[in-house]
Design a protein around this ligand. Structure first.
Ligand code: GLU
Length: 470
């Protein structure tokens, strides 16, 4: 969901990658890394934290010489931010090295399948499963394109992969689905990037990849293939945006960009708990057993997350018939209210660091109440300390006024309400199925509403000067 880059040409790849990643910093990230392919050796440097820390690390004595490489800034979705979980990730013999933006939804199934073939895993990421799946096919086919086409028929979710194959010097490969990727063509050099702003200083000649396009870079050559491995012609475009507009994906400001990312945020959040036609909260740690015993819910949050809670209160009470109290975290922590032991405290926070919300959660825990955090930042304090965690997968939100994180939190609450209702038997299986269908159709509906920008502007124009709303 953050930054991704690939380069091949005559320059030092690390210079281009680090400069490009710096241009993508504004998107927010928790770790950064690069890999350079040089004379049959892959050199990887990565770490948790800022890009400057990566640069320092490289300066401290890492050899990253080479003219072909990939780079990444990570916003963790699976596995906490750490040096190990940072990208690039590799297959055990370094045949395949990759960076990834997005989510591999069926990574558990892939891991299980690969474990049966002797694969072991060193990180907690979903990405490693995909990298090793590509490696699995690569070992059979000895051909990057065939390995990629086979793997993407198995991988479910949203992704953009940029890859190096150790035995294919000077080549960078990429593929995308529901995550942005562009290819840039320069004089004797070529680029891949998640965002055009990262390469604008080198070229304005770019190709926009469609979903499921596969791309191969060689020095100054960009080729495309379809999912069956057939060559695919593509038109080159000259970018006229300036760097600032490019950062915002052509939108006027970040909030507008994030409004338009809502469909993806909702789809990813629901997709992360929806497997083989069923909602599955196993990963959050919340079991049917626990849900059965809950007789009261406290929703604890601040600011916009509190408003999500206010909506969730109606949804949970309506579907699951469990009494819900919505509590402002700052009040909850100082108020001395009688608390019911077999309650579930649902803690909502985008950052997972909201001070009052964290203190309120600790208070609830000290009363022996089970906690379920709905947070957007993997490995954040609230996520670490809560008994159960439901990650929203909205990606980093730059605008202060929340849009996509709010929508994703609301989806998490719907899912929770539906699961409580299923376990308690308060809704019929048919109604439950209908709700699943509705949740699945939401992303498309969101997009179709946003497509009506003229009408939306007209409506906004009517209310823009209102000081109060009722
Ligand atoms: N899902 C991957 C991870 O957690 C990629 C995250 C990203 O898009 O930065 O490592």
């Amino acid at each position: 969901m953050c930054g991704i880059l690939g380069y091949t040409g005559d320059k030092q790849a690390s210079d281009i990658l680090l400069a490009g990643l710096a241009r993508l910093e504004y998107r927010g990230y928790d770790s950064a890394g690069i890999a350079v392919l040089d004379n049959g050796a892959v050199k990887v440097v990565k770490n948790k934290g800022r890009l400057t820390a990566l640069e320092e690390k490289i300066k401290s004595g890492y050899d990253v010489a080479g003219n072909c490489g990939i780079g990444h800034t990570r916003w963790a979705t699976h596995g906490e931010p750490s040096d190990l979980n940072a990208h690039p990730l590799w297959s055990d013999d370094m045949s395949v090295v990759a960076v990834h933006n997005g989510i591999v939804e069926n990574y558990r199934e892939i891991k299980n399948m690969l474990a049966n073939h002797g694969y072991a895993f060193y990180s907690q990421t979903d990405t490693e499963a995909a990298v090793k799946l590509i490696d699995f096919y690569y070992k059979q086919e000895k051909d990057p394109l065939k390995a990629i086409t086979k793997a993407i028929k198995v991988i479910e979710g949203s992704y953009c992969f940029v890859l190096l194959f150790r035995d294919f010097p000077g080549e960078v490969w990429g593929v995308r689905k529901d995550n942005p990727l562009i290819a840039g063509q320069g004089e004797g050099e070529s680029f891949l990037a998640s965002d055009v702003s990262a390469i604008l200083q080198y070229t304005r000649q770019v190709y926009y990849l469609d979903n499921m396009d596969i791309v191969q870079l060689k020095k100054g050559v960009v080729r495309f293939f379809d999912t069956d491995g057939y060559a695919k012609p593509k038109d080159i475009t000259t970018v006229t945006w300036d760097a600032q507009a490019a950062e915002k994906g052509g939108f006027e400001h970040f909030m507008m960009k994030e409004i338009h990312e809502q469909a993806r945020a909702v789809k990813d959040t629901f997709g992360s708990v929806f497997h083989s036609g069923k909602i599955d909260l196993k990963e959050s740690g919340l079991t049917d057993e626990t849900m059965k015993g809950i007789s009261q819910i406290y929703i604890i949050a601040c600011g916009s997350a509190y408003h999500v809670g206010a909506a969730a209160q109606y949804i949970i009470e309506d579907l699951a018939k469990i009494p819900v109290r919505i509590e402002m975290a700052s009040e909850f922590r100082y108020r001395n209210m009688p608390l019911i032991k077999d309650a579930l405290a649902v803690i909502i926070s985008q950052s997972g660091e909201t001070a009052d919300t964290l203190a309120a959660m600790r208070l609830a825990k000290s009363h022996g109440i089970k906690t379920m955090a709905i947070v957007n930042v993997v490995g954040s304090t609230i996520a670490r300390e809560a008994d159960n965690v439901f990650y929203t997968l909205a990606g980093p939100e730059i605008s202060v006024a929340t849009t996509k994180a709010y929508s994703a939190q609301l989806i998490a609450c719907y899912v929770l309400a539906m699961e409580l209702a299923r376990v308690k038997g308060t809704i019929t299986p048919t109604y439950y199925e209908n709700l699943i269908g509705e949740l699945q159709s939401l992303p498309e509906k969101i997009d179709s509403i946003l497509d009506e920008s003229v009408r939306l502007e007209e409506i906004a124009g009517r209310f823009v000067n209102a000081r109060n709303a009722f």
